[in-house]
Design a protein around this ligand. Sequence first.
Ligand code: AQP
Length: 331
Amino acid sequence: MRIFSGIQPTGRKHLGNYIGAITQYVAGQDRGEGIYCVVDLHAITVSYDPAGLRTAVYDTAALLLAAGLDPERCIFFRQSDVPEHTELTWLLSSVTSFGDLNRMHQFKEKSAAQRELVTAGLFTYPVLMAADVLAYRAHEVPVGDDQRQHVELMRDVAERFNARFGETLVVPQVRIPAVGARIMDLQAPERKMSTTSDSPQGLIHVTEEPAQIVRKVRAAVTDSGSEVRRGPDKPGISNLIEIMAAVRGSEPAAIEREFEGSGYGSFKQAVADAVVEYLAPVRERYGELRADEAALERALAGGAERARAIASDTLADVRAAMGVGAVRPRG
Ligand code: AQP
């Protein structure tokens, strides 16, 4: 079983990224061959600062290592160090439907939010994401719920490629966690917790100070009732129940039973304490790992070399199947 996922080096990672994606990456190391990358080429599709991008790659790399990725037990690298991703993007763009790209929710949301240039790169972002995964012939893609549509698209791309050029690529399955697939903003629980959100009080960073975490959870928006239960009329409390279940490794129904009759105040305090405890070891390790950029660079470079060996093989098959380039001598 080969598992692949990528994460953007944008800003500080939040609790949604951690629960929805990062914990799945770490668990993937025990279930199969995990291949994970920091997708710096995705990050350049919106306005960004070049110097800040390098720093953000180190921030994200240190966070993933602190969370438990082990370069000895998985392949962990920086996307731009493996140029096969970009070549494969171009080749796959010839089997990607313009109409499908035009229906991507993320493009619609991000292009609407862009104050300056809406780039072609933002539009073709899902093709690069398809190339990331298909280059490794991965079987499974662990992501949060917001990435479901992009994985559907890459499955279509792989199927269309195989139908047109012969069986070459693996059609991957999406893997979305049963609990915590879509952690919502604490201040606006009808929308997902998001890096680019304009409500800093609505998101918890993985490396945030414990006192800040407590303050934000206690200030989370809830409804006027007092019962700790899920419901469409209770998006704020439902979100806190989901967070509590995810950090405890339990089920939302079990959380509802445990906190029946306890009231919002004490429930929020319990959630805050649980989140602080959950993130504390990561925050501590992050501080140590982030301080040594040379070690981070070595880890990423070693991973890129191993990744490239796999991706270049796939690319050679893709080129051959498409009739692109010189005929390959049979080895
Ligand atoms: N709120 C969320 N709940 C659960 N999972 C989430 N993910 C993102 N938000 C939530 C999952 O995190 C992984 C990495 O996402 P990314 O590479 O897109 O990183 P990002 O851009 O920093 O994440 P955001 O917050 O999604 O940013 P914007 O502001 O761009 O919307 C993915 O697997 C994603 O599903």
